[in-house]
Design a protein around this ligand. Structure first.
Ligand code: ADP
Ligand code: ADP
Length: 237
């Protein structure tokens, strides 16, 4: 459960990116945040895992008062929340499996870090995550030999390997062609349904948002201007 209570976000340059946001997002929801460029979508999403600090108000994520987290607690908290970016953020010159295993690095002992060895259990988790997104056969292929859609699936697998409760996605299909976008959205939908992971996605393709998300949150100039079921949205949005 994610709850925004009177949340404001003002950047150091005085831009008011979020103004008085009040929202409740329940476990297992698939939410698309839509709006024009500069509306505040990305800021809204990035406050949830504390990539950005809120300026005032309260943000509660799974019972945690996000603003109050300090140091080590922030890292621990972030591990429960997956984050997917438009640009995939992968190490392209190495294999798929190594990219997924990176998600375990903070948990590894110093010796393992320097020798590059991973626990068997972690390897199994990584391979399972690759299977969940349908690219197990690419485990030992270099990332730069994969298509954009396959790369986004590697990013998804890396996130799933951490067993997140929440999956945040900042424009995950913005750099993909329409066919690949559809496949990646199907993956998100399946993960949401089968693993009961909440998905909160920032997306500017309204028609894609309507097709896959259950709930649409419309943002304009830092404020929520629409919040409803995607099934209730008509053509005049
Ligand atoms: P969207 O994701 O809808 O395009 P953003 O959340 O990225 O919108 O941006 C909302 C507003 O905040 C914009 O005016 C943007 O220029 C500004 N902004 C975003 N990030 C920063 C930042 N790190 N520092 C200052 N201003 C920012
Ligand atoms: P994205 O769509 O991935 O958020 P942007 O191009 O909007 O990419 O922003 C890239 C980076 O620049 C982000 O870290 C964002 O917070 C920051 N940023 C965006 N707008 C501003 C701004 N007006 N001033 C300073 N930083 C900004």
């Amino acid at each position: 459960m994610i709850e925004f209570i009177n949340v404001d976000k003002v950047y150091p340059n005085k831009v008011k990116a979020l103004q008085n946001i009040n929202l409740k997002i329940g476990k297992g929801e698939f939410v698309a945040v839509i709006g024009l460029s500069g509306a505040g979508k990305s800021t809204l999403i990035r406050c949830i895992n504390r990539m950005h600090d809120i300026s005032s108000g309260q943000l509660i994520v799974d019972g945690v008062d996000v603003k109050k987290l300090k140091g080590k607690e922030i890292r621990k908290f972030r591990r429960r929340i997956g984050m997917i970016f438009q640009s995939f953020n992968l190490v392209t010159r190495t294999t798929v499996i190594k990219n997924v295993l990176v998600s375990f690095v903070p948990q590894l002992s110093f010796v393992r870090k320097i020798t590059g060895l991973f626990a068997k259990e972690q390897k199994i988790k990584a391979l399972t995550a690759l299977d969940q997104v349908g690219i197990l056969d690419k485990a030992y292929v270099r990332v730069d030999q994969l298509s954009g859609g396959q790369q986004q699936r590697v990013a998804l697998a890396r996130t799933l390997a951490q067993n997140p409760d929440i999956l945040l996605a900042d424009e995950p299909i913005a750099s993909l062609d329409p066919v690949t976008s559809k496949q990646v959205m199907e993956d998100f939908k399946r993960i949401n349904r089968e693993m009961n992971i909440s998905v909160i996605m920032n997306i500017h393709h309204v028609e894609v948002a309507l097709e896959y998300a259950d709930r649409i949150i419309g943002v304009r100039e830092g404020q929520v201007v629409y919040d409803g079921k995607s099934a209730d949205v008509t053509d005049d949005v």
